[in-house]
Design a protein around this ligand. Structure first.
Ligand SMILES: C[S@@+](CC[C@H](N)C(=O)[O-])C[C@H]1O[C@@H](n2cnc3c(N)ncnc32)[C@H](O)[C@@H]1O
Length: 254
């Protein structure tokens, strides 16, 4: 099948764009076993299934809600509830893929060698993670979360974020025959009112807000909305631009 990212992008929002970009760099033609770690609502499993129609694609996620949505939307694919921290592919897979999920897990110095061990020799580990800890969106989230009123619950729920790109290179180079590590900064063009807050509610700020009482959440969101309006003012046409740096790793196992 011809791979046509533009066709997919007609239907995919800015969150799927990096998954499409990652897929386009995977140097395997016909993998038989593919795992999608942190598959969420299943869109990336569907992209993998379209790119590799002969593969057995399995989506792994720990969220029951995400898995239910994925199973309803894509009944033709397999979805399994599991924690990535304990994931091992037996036998090792042809491709282990993960888009925008591994940044939620700690201790990448241990996690990544374990993940590449779940890939067969000549197989591929392909990963994309946001690297946005120094962005105003996350800096303000952290700052507001540091308020003693809720810091004990809010701060531990902020994603730790990935290591520096060079650290993944050093970690994986001895285990791989080919290793491609790069970053892309997207300029997501968002529509609507307070779209950066809405974006964050569906990602980085979600677990933080879920840990607060209704009253605290209202207060937290008022502070965060004010900060986001100042940091990301809309352009003349009403669009809000959100610069978003993402780290990509494509590793072929030695
Ligand atoms: C931002 S979503 C990405 C979903 C999908 N990969 C995509 O690109 O649309 C991150 C997903 O990772 C899952 N996740 C986070 N930590 C996890 C863990 N330790 N084990 C399994 N899934 C995890 C979350 O439940 C969530 O569905």
């Amino acid at each position: 099948m011809t791979w046509n990212p533009a066709q997919y992008l007609k239907f995919a929002g800015p969150r799927l764009r990096p998954a499409v970009d990652l897929l386009s760099r995977i140097p395997v033609e016909a993998p038989e076993t593919v795992y999608d770690l942190g598959c969420g609502a299943g869109q990336t499993v569907s992209l993998l299934g379209a790119r590799f129609p002969a593969a057995q694609v399995t989506g792994i996620d720990s969220s029951a809600e995400m898995l239910q949505t994925a199973r309803e939307a894509f009944p033709e694919h397999r979805f399994v509830a599991a924690d990535i921290a304990r994931f091992t592919a037996v036998p090792p897979a042809h491709l282990v893929f993960s888009n925008a999920a591994l940044q939620w897990l700690p201790d990448h110095a241990r996690l990544f060698p374990r993940l590449i061990a779940s890939v067969r020799v000549g197989g591929v580990l392909a990963v994309q993670m946001p690297r946005v800890e120094d962005s105003p969106r996350i800096r303000h989230l952290r700052e507001i979360a540091s308020n003693p009123r809720w810091a004990d619950r809010a701060l531990p729920r902020i994603q730790p974020g990935p290591m520096a790109p060079e650290a993944y290179y050093d970690l994986l180079a001895p285990l791989t025959v080919t290793l491609d590590v790069w970053e892309t900064e997207y300029l997501h063009a968002l529509a609507g009112k307070d779209p950066v807050v809405e974006w964050s509610k569906g990602a980085g700020a979600g677990p933080v807000l879920a840990a607060l009482t209704a009253e605290e959440r209202k207060d937290f969101l008022a502070r965060y909305t004010e900060a986001m309006r100042a940091a990301y003012p809309p352009r003349g046409d009403g669009t809000t631009l959100l610069p978003f740096r993402r780290l990509f790793i494509v590793a072929v196992r030695r």
